[in-house]
Design a protein around this ligand. Structure first.
Ligand SMILES: [Zn+2]
Length: 414
């Protein structure tokens, strides 16, 4: 066996082991605290709601472990079980040009992976979400969404993929800089077009109606000096009763979007506080910083790929017979998560730092008290656990655990 095979398998098994270990820790911790609502929430969350959150977390965690295990097997099948070689040899036998062969192999891979992912996705939506009363989707919506997503992916993704493969094959040693530039322009274009053209393919958006909520929002926007291209309500209730609020787009194309489910469960004051938090992300330039980090990571990723592409051991070590540009791209996407896995906690920590900053902004511009009550309400409505395992939370959570977050907000009130 190749040295690189050993290195890759060690990284893969280690990262899978860590995922399992963290997931088990989380399950034990949540189960341990299932029978009593944490004291600080005792007057706001009932024992029944607390236990629902615990059971929901445990059910999702258990299924997540099954999925991790299945994905590991599928990955090993693609690499060492001959899956990729079979697909590659089959497409090669069709005698297409180099670029079409590459596009066909990658699309073929994406198609088969998509099909293999359907049962898990169905189970998550129609068994788990259904059982806890969150699912509002019909089978028809599920498959129509999938069809729309596939068509959109093909229409937007295929030309980009063909361009990148063409650059890899013909643009010389610096191909990766051009490819990175092309991907960056494409991503920015997508961010810009998403609110107006992509999101409406899946959901209906209508401007928020006149009333106390809109007045509060407009006065908050004015006093914090923020311009947006409108406040919209999205029919999130078509798919799920989980609530959310977000910002999309950039420049003049910014939109504030509230899920209809969120508007139903919060008071106008609470909605104002939630929006103030979102504004905090913009004021602290979190979106821009995130964009810079993502552009930098893809730049490094492409540089590494350009080097790996020329190494025969890279293909052989991952079980592939014929080196090619498209196979390098595909193998890089399949193998890199095993090595970049440990970057996850750094990104989570960074994200939690941003959440604290946005909360502090909301406390100043709106009200810490209202934000706390809306957070508690969101935790209740979404059945999110109040008692995560500290290590699991440090590794994965983009948002600080409820009790720590609320403690920080209370400090701002004093
Ligand atoms: Zn946030």
């Amino acid at each position: 066996m190749q040295t690189f095979t050993w290195i890759f398998l060690a990284a893969l098994f280690l990262s899978t082991l860590v995922q399992f270990w963290l997931s088990i820790r989380q399950a034990k911790h949540v189960a341990k605290y299932r029978d009593a609502v944490p004291a600080e929430f005792a007057d706001k969350i009932t024992l029944e709601e607390h236990q629902k959150a615990a059971d929901y977390t445990l059910t999702k965690g258990a299924f997540g472990r099954v999925e991790t295990f299945i994905s590991l097997f599928i990955l090993l099948f693609w690499l060492y079980g001959g899956g990729l070689n079979w697909l590659d040899n089959y497409v090669r036998s069709l005698g297409l040009s180099a670029i079409y062969t590459g596009v066909a192999v990658i699309l073929g891979f994406a198609f088969i992976s998509g099909i293999l992912g359907i049962p898990a996705s169905l189970y998550r939506t129609f068994v788990i979400e259904e059982k806890f009363g969150f699912n509002k989707m019909t089978l028809k919506t599920f498959f129509v969404d999938m069809l729309k997503g596939t068509v959109l992916g093909l229409v937007l993704g295929t030309p980009l993929l063909a361009l990148i493969l063409w650059l890899m094959g013909t643009a010389g040693d610096l191909w990766w800089i051009y490819a990175w530039a092309a991907l960056s322009v494409f991503s920015l274009f997508m961010m810009w077009t998403y609110p107006k053209f992509i999101a409406p393919i899946f959901n209906k958006f209508k401007p928020l109606e006149e009333g106390e909520t809109l007045q509060r929002i407009q006065s908050l926007l004015t006093r914090s000096g923020f311009n947006s291209n409108g406040v919209f309500v999205m029919d999130g209730s078509k798919r799920s009763s989980h609530g959310n609020a977000y910002f999309t787009g950039f420049g003049k194309n910014k939109r504030i979007v509230f899920f209809d489910t969120l508007l139903e469960s919060l008071s106008p004051q609470q909605i104002e506080a939630v929006l103030a938090h979102e504004l905090g992300h913009f004021k602290h330039k979190h979106v821009l910083k995130g964009l810079i980090v993502s552009l930098t990571t893809t730049f490094i990723g492409f540089a590494v790929l350009a080097w790996l592409m020329k190494q025969d051991w890279f293909y052989a070590g991952l079980g592939v017979e014929h080196p090619s540009t498209y196979m390098a791209l595909l193998l890089f996407m399949l193998a890199s998560p095993a090595f970049t896995f440990l970057l996850g906690p750094i990104m989570s920590w960074w994200s939690r730092k941003h959440e604290f900053e946005a909360d502090a902004f909301a406390a100043k511009q709106s009200s810490a008290k209202e934000l706390i009550s809306s957070l508690v309400s969101l935790y209740r409505e979404n059945a999110s656990t109040l008692t995560p395992d500290p290590l699991y939370s440090a590794f994965y959570d983009s948002h600080p655990p409820a009790s720590i977050r609320i403690a920080h907000l209370k400090q701002q009130m004093a």
